[in-house]
Write a protein that binds this ligand. Structure first.
Ligand SMILES: NC(=O)c1ccc[n+]([C@@H]2O[C@H](COP(=O)([O-])OP(=O)(O)OC[C@H]3O[C@@H](n4cnc5c(N)ncnc54)[C@H](O)[C@@H]3O)[C@@H](O)[C@H]2O)c1
Length: 421
């Protein structure tokens, strides 16, 4: 089989996860080019994937201009640069694996899907949950086995740990870039669309940024935790979080150099050292979304950052029974009406990367499809994920305007605004 040649733009956490597939399967995939605006990250990535300096770029356009013989361009930069980079990748007629969300701007999402179609290439999204064994097994139970009859309702919760919330959405890169319902939960909305197998009709949403605001700052606290007199009693102390002995994620994200000196400098100079109550964060820290799909299927989704442990839990209710699942525990329980027996399923786990193996399985599927020349069949085509992006934008609109959004009208308005941009 052909070895798939990859170019990676954005060599941070996600870029390294996807590229890491090539280290496990060097015959199937090889990283040939890399680009990152951070020289430190680029160098570390180049060393990890043994790339010569002439294959390393700090400018995406320059790298794309120089690309020869590449099968897939992975775009895993921060959300606000996705559109410009992915647009160029597609216009140069490369298949593209783009991290979610496609863009913080709704019309740019629509435009990227159009560009992929126009240029005859595939735009695949990093919606790895479709590959996570718990969710793919549930999909099979609901649609192939029809284990719970006709689907009536779903309740799904994304329980983000407080540690994750504070690192990414209070202090970090995602604190004010996109609505959290898009940045964090377009994954979950995508899974809900996939599991119902229906079109969404109506969206309502409520949610707020409540706790991590200045009025909740402890008395005597300072702007930076390094200067704070009450830091040692604060559960959100950046000193405790980042200057301990654990230098894995998320500590590794604050500085490429993980020496104590470099981490202390990062706390002095970047948002990661700012008091969790005094950051310039704007995103909600808890949000609920209600959806009505075709066939009157109702869905409620709760996103909250107030959890000690990170989990995704889902309950699907049908005309013949119900399913409960916990992703992190790799646990699915199926019960049918009139029977007292529980069927417990623990799908085969892949202990590589995160999302219960979803990262690895997505990459495996994309590489295999490139080898077999059937990319158009990939499970996470952007054209399929557009609906969940639209739902996320509609939910944010519903939350901000305190209204119920009719998704068809919302999509129609977006399309008409896209023209001429
Ligand atoms: N699929 C998932 O489960 C999942 C999980 C987390 C994050 N994400 C998404 O992945 C993307 C990256 O997140 P991350 O956690 O890897 O962030 P990160 O900060 O670790 O990595 C982003 C990298 O992109 C680089 N970069 C930024 N702008 C660039 C540009 N114009 N050209 C080249 N390089 C550039 C940065 O220097 C950084 O190294 C985000 O869009 C995020 O929303 C997806």
């Amino acid at each position: 089989m052909k070895t798939i040649k990859l170019a990676v733009i954005g060599c941070g956490n996600r870029g390294t996860v996807y590229a890491g597939y090539s280290l496990l399967h060097p015959d199937a995939a090889r990283v040939c080019y890399a680009c990152d605006t951070s020289k430190d990250r680029l160098e570390a990535f180049g060393a990890m994937f043994t790339l010569s300096p002439d294959r390393l770029y700090t400018d995406a356009s320059e790298m794309l201009e120089a690309l020869a013989d590449v099968d897939l361009v992975v775009v895993s930069t921060n959300d606000d640069s996705h559109f410009a980079i992915a647009k160029e990748v597609l216009e140069r007629k490369h298949h593209c694996l783009l991290e979610k969300p496609m863009s913080p701007q709704v019309w740019e999402c629509v435009e990227l899907v159009r560009l992929a179609e126009q240029n005859g290439v595939s735009l695949i999204l990093g919606h790895v949950l479709r590959y996570t064994p718990v969710f793919s097994t549930i999909h099979q139970l609901v649609h192939t086995e029809r284990a719970i009859g006709d689907l009536v309702a779903i309740h799904h919760s994304e329980n983000v740990s407080i540690d994750h919330l504070v690192h990414s959405y209070v202090r970090g890169n995602f604190r004010n870039l996109s609505p959290i319902i898009l940045a964090k939960s377009c994954h979950d909305l995508d899974i809900l669309c996939w599991l119902t197998g229906k079109r969404c009709k109506k969206v309502s949403s409520f949610g707020h940024l409540d706790f991590f605001t200045e009025e909740h700052a402890p008395e005597g606290s300072a702007y930076r935790c390094l200067d704070c007199a009450v830091e040692s009693t604060c559960p959100f102390s950046a000193v405790k979080r980042y200057l301990g002995s654990d230098t894995g994620w998320p500590t590794s994200m604050i500085s490429v150099d993980t020496s104590l000196e470099a981490r202390t400098r990062a706390l002095r100079e970047t948002g990661y050292g700012v008091c969790a109550f005094r950051s310039d964060n704007t995103v909600a820290n808890h949000q609920v979304v209600n959806l009505e799909f075709e066939d009157r299927i109702t869905v409620s989704f709760v996103l909250s950052g107030f959890n000690t442990v990170e989990t995704r839990e889902i309950r699907l209710m049908g005309t013949k029974g119900d399913i409960f699942a916990n992703m992190e525990e790799n646990y699915i329980r199926v019960r049918t009406f009139g029977s007292h027996e529980d069927r417990v399923i623990r799908p085969p786990m892949i202990h590589i990367g995160s999302h219960g193996g979803g990262d690895f399985l997505l990459m495996q599927d994309v590489v295999t499809r490139l080898q077999n020349n059937d990319m158009h069949q990939a499970k996470t085509q952007a054209s399929l994920s557009l609906e969940s992006h639209l739902i996320a934008f509609a939910a944010e609109h519903a939350r901000a305007s305190d209204t119920v959004v009719q998704l068809k009208d919302f999509a129609r308005k977006i399309s008409s605004q896209t023209i001429g941009k």
